[in-house]
Design a protein around this ligand. Structure first.
Ligand code: ASP
Length: 434
């Protein structure tokens, strides 16, 4: 059994967090591949090392004095090394990096040093072999991963060293320059490594005890989800629940490797298990998420239902303007096209004019729509879920503007006025999830 264990920035923010990481890693001999983010925030007002590195690069780019920022970075790394009392001479690596700063250093390379140096500290502290992600995760120049090369290299490094620490968030191009993933990308590094060695489990350690069933900024102390399928997670993440980097699931899903989200500060809490099939049927709704700022293009025309190709013509206008469509709820002689406001902002008036010309129909635009997704794999097995939602929202005096359900019955989407957004989430959580 091999477990890939990834720690987020808050799990390695200071020496005492490193100690927790060591306890976790050593308490299970299967935790043989460790992936780390860069030193994160020690408290709310603190700054992540990654953010400091981005700021440092901006200072270099615009030739602004950068000594103060460099000192902050330097002191944090050296501070952790001193407190941990480890042999790794981080000052030497920091001095070498300092010399490179004025040599047109690339942003990707500089920012990747956060993970690189943190992984070096951790490997020394755990006595695991440090393996540079640059030699493991190989990307083509178009940014797509070279899966064959990557898998070969990961397998080889693991076979050679047995227990390794790998920095997250980056890999390299064929010419060996650093390729940085998008923000939060260490989650993806862990997932790729888990896939390459067909791990039995991918653990993702953060500072929350699993995925919450609702946004804690809206619902007071929402419960953590025990088990969730990859597909449910995709629905919730798509609708705004910030959990893992959205590309995390794909590599491990292919091999059905479960992901366990755990809390470094509460290691005995089971957290959330993400897998292909979940047996737990104790709750009908798994979670609720939502997003604001949608627009609805409402289109109506007498006897529209008799005109073949009407919908295609309308949708091709959105295609022409490269506007991605979220939902198309329909009546008999009317339908609406719901899109994210940010996607259509610049071409809104052109789209309306063209819809009117092409369709010879009435077109109006309604803004300030919020979408709320009620997600649950067990909904398909139960009747009356919609009835409950209607009853709850009716009781609160909330008007449902649109309603959609996918064919796999995993998700019910409701559209409400933006002003009712928080109230909707609170009420559904209270009556259907709690
Ligand atoms: N340190 C990087 C970030 O803050 C990557 C990561 O933590 O996953 O985005």
């Amino acid at each position: 059994m091999v477990v890939v264990t990834k720690f987020g920035g808050s799990s390695v923010s200071c020496a005492s967090q490193f100690a927790k990481v060591k306890d976790i890693v050593t308490s299970d001999p299967n935790r043989r591949i460790v992936v780390t983010s860069a030193l994160g925030k020690r408290d709310k007002s603190d700054t992540k090392i990654t953010d400091l590195l981005y700021i440092l690069h901006a200072h270099l780019k615009y030739s602004v004095p950068y000594e103060d920022i460099w000192k902050m970075l330097y002191d944090r790394f050296v501070g952790v090394q001193n407190e941990l009392g480890i042999n790794y001479d981080i000052k030497q690596d920091l001095d070498a990096l300092y010399k490179e700063l004025n040599k047109n250093i690339s942003q990707d390379y500089l920012v990747s040093r956060g993970e690189y140096l943190t992984a070096k500290l951790l490997s020394s502290y755990l006595d695991y072999k440090f393996v540079d992600a640059k030699n493991l995760l190989i990307f083509n120049f178009d940014g797509k991963m070279d899966e064959i090369q990557t898998e070969r290299r990961v397998k080889q490094a693991f076979a050679e060293y047995g227990k390794i620490v790998v920095p997250g968030f980056y890999g390299s191009y064929p010419n060996e320059t650093v390729h940085l993933l998008s923000r939060g990308g260490s989650d993806v590094t862990g997932s790729i490594l888990a896939k390459c060695i067909n791990a039995s489990l991918y653990e993702n350690w953060t500072d929350v005890s699993g995925i919450l069933a609702a946004d804690p900024r809206i619902v007071d102390k929402p419960k953590a989800i025990k088990e969730i399928t990859y597909s449910e997670l995709r629905e919730l993440s798509y609708m705004g629940a910030s959990v893992l980097h959205e590309e995390t699931v794909f590599p491990v899903q292919q091999l059905n490797i479960p992901i366990n989200l755990k809390n470094t500060n509460e290691p005995n809490h089971p957290g959330t298990l993400i897998k292909n099939i979940c047996e737990d049927e104790s709750s009908i709704i798994t979670g609720i998420a939502g997003k604001k700022d949608f627009l609805s293009f409402n289109i109506s025309k007498d006897h529209m239902s008799n005109e073949v190709g009407f919908l295609r013509k309308a949708l091709s206008v959105f295609e022409k303007y490269n506007v991605s469509i979220e939902h198309v709820p329909s009546g008999i002689d009317s339908f609406s096209v719901v899109v994210a406001e940010s996607n259509v902002e610049k071409v809104k008036y052109e789209v309306v004019t063209e819809l009117k010309n092409v369709l010879d129909a009435n077109v109006s635009v309604e803004s300030n729509i919020a979408l709320v997704a009620i997600v649950g794999r067990n909904m398909a097995k139960h009747s009356g879920v919609c009835a409950k939602i209607f009853q709850t929202l009716g009781g609160e005096g909330i008007n449902i503007k649109l309603l959609a359900q996918g064919p796999e019955e995993l998700n019910i989407i409701i559209g409400v006025d933006q002003n009712d957004y928080e109230k909707t989430i609170k009420a559904i959580y209270r009556d259907l999830i709690k």
